[in-house]
Design a protein around this ligand. Structure first.
Ligand code: TXA
Ligand code: MG
Length: 354
């Protein structure tokens, strides 16, 4: 299959050519094909959410286990009605506060949503993205769009069209290239089917922001650490080792000056043993590492820059072909919770405390 790449020049104000490209993409979605498109979080791989056969193609292109459900993306609140059996009160409050935006809500599903989209679950994940290209694509398609991140299963999520091309060239119909995404980590997922909402995946809508609006929010244990085999995460996707770089990644936690010393010590040990070493640092500490391939992930003082660069840096290390990576770690507050969740998973929870 030839994968067509169409550029969106100006998402702030679409040109006539941009509109032509989005209309073309919408017709691919309507006819049961696959289109990758930018959202504010990461690139998504879209298909008609109401068409089980089309949704099935997503699993095939990604190599994704079929019990891992997809998020249905909508462009306005009205489109949700067909997808859900009811909208619980706290879901309504969260939707009003944070949609359109980087948050996904879990609702009881309606009969119209095929089990092929929800991985056999009686609930459905719904998100209303704020990114203009995504919103326009959904609106013109006239159907909700099921879209996981547009990476091969097990690779870091794509934050640029080039990442999508690396993973999906030849496997999907089209890529809408809207440039680098804004946020860089996937949406916050909140299950609102129970009385107390449950955070299933941290993201740019932080725990602090959620509780400020709905009061108590519980945290699914799958977010906090490695899964013991007897716990079933509520978001089936959280049980897979996502975001895995090819090299062995170790997170080093503790007081920053000690972290730097420890990373340098391990880098030296590994280099002497003949391994190629990568180091993930921050703009503030870039000058502190004399050995190895050193990449800054962003400014420690501005965590949104860290989220923005996270997956790109992991992909760069894949391309460099290093054997092991040592990374600084971050506070677990605000956006740091999402950053540490993704980094710890990428590290297979291999965390060294100093
Ligand atoms: O930011 C995002 O959410 C991106 C963009 C493209 O919108 N999408 C994304 O999709 O990250 P994906 O498929 O990579 O992650 C979806 C997660 C998985 O962990 C899945 O298990 C969970 O959502 N999920 C989907 N439906 C669910 C449901 N009914 N109940 C619980 N978890 C669900
Ligand atoms: Mg994903």
């Amino acid at each position: 299959m030839k994968t067509e790449v169409l550029k969106i020049e100006n998402p702030a104000q679409f040109t006539e050519l941009d509109m032509e490209h989005i209309r073309k993409a919408a017709s691919v979605i309507r006819s049961g094909g696959l289109v990758a498109f930018p959202t504010e979080t990461v690139y998504g791989l879209g298909a008609n959410a109401l068409d089980e056969h089309a949704a099935g193609k997503i699993y095939e292109a990604k190599g994704r286990p079929s019990d891992n459900p997809l998020i249905a993306h909508v462009s306005c609140l009205q489109e949700i009605e067909a997808l859900v059996r009811r909208i619980p009160e706290k879901g309504r409050i969260l939707a009003e506060a944070f949609w359109p935006g980087p948050m996904t809500l879990i609702f009881p599903k309606s009969e119209r949503v095929p089990y092929g989209t929800t991985g056999g679950l009686d609930t459905v994940a719904v998100r209303m993205p704020s990114e203009a290209t995504a919103a326009e694509l959904i609106r013109l398609s006239g159907v909700p769009i099921a879209a996981p991140s547009a990476n091969t299963s097990g690779r870091p999520s794509p934050t640029r069209a080039e990442h999508v091309f690396q993973d999906m060239n030849g496997k999907i119909d089209m890529i809408l290239d809207g440039g680098p995404v804004g946020i860089g980590v996937e949406s916050t997922i909140v299950d609102v089917t129970e009385e107390v909402p449950v955070l299933l995946r941290p993201g740019a809508i932080t725990m602090e922001m959620l509780t400020a609006v709905v009061g108590e929010v519980r945290v699914d244990p799958a977010i906090l650490g490695p899964m013991s085999p007897d716990i079933r995460p509520k978001a089936p996707g959280m049980k897979y080792r996502h975001y895995a770089p090819r090299a062995d990644l170790t997170l080093v936690e503790g007081e920053l000056s000690q972290v730097i010393l420890e990373i340098n010590r391990m880098a030296q040990e590994k280099t002497e043993a003949g391994y190629r070493v990568g180091i993930i640092c921050t703009d503030e500490t870039r000058g502190c590492y004399p050995l190895g391939e050193v990449r800054s992930i962003g400014e420690r003082a501005r965590e949104e820059t860290v989220a923005h660069n996270l997956y790109g840096v992991l992909r760069d290390f894949d391309d460099l072909g290093v054997d092991c990576i040592f990374s600084e770690s971050f506070s677990e507050h605000h956006l740091g919770q999402a950053i540490m969740n993704r980094l710890s998973k990428a590290a297979g929870y291999h965390i060294q405390r100093v």
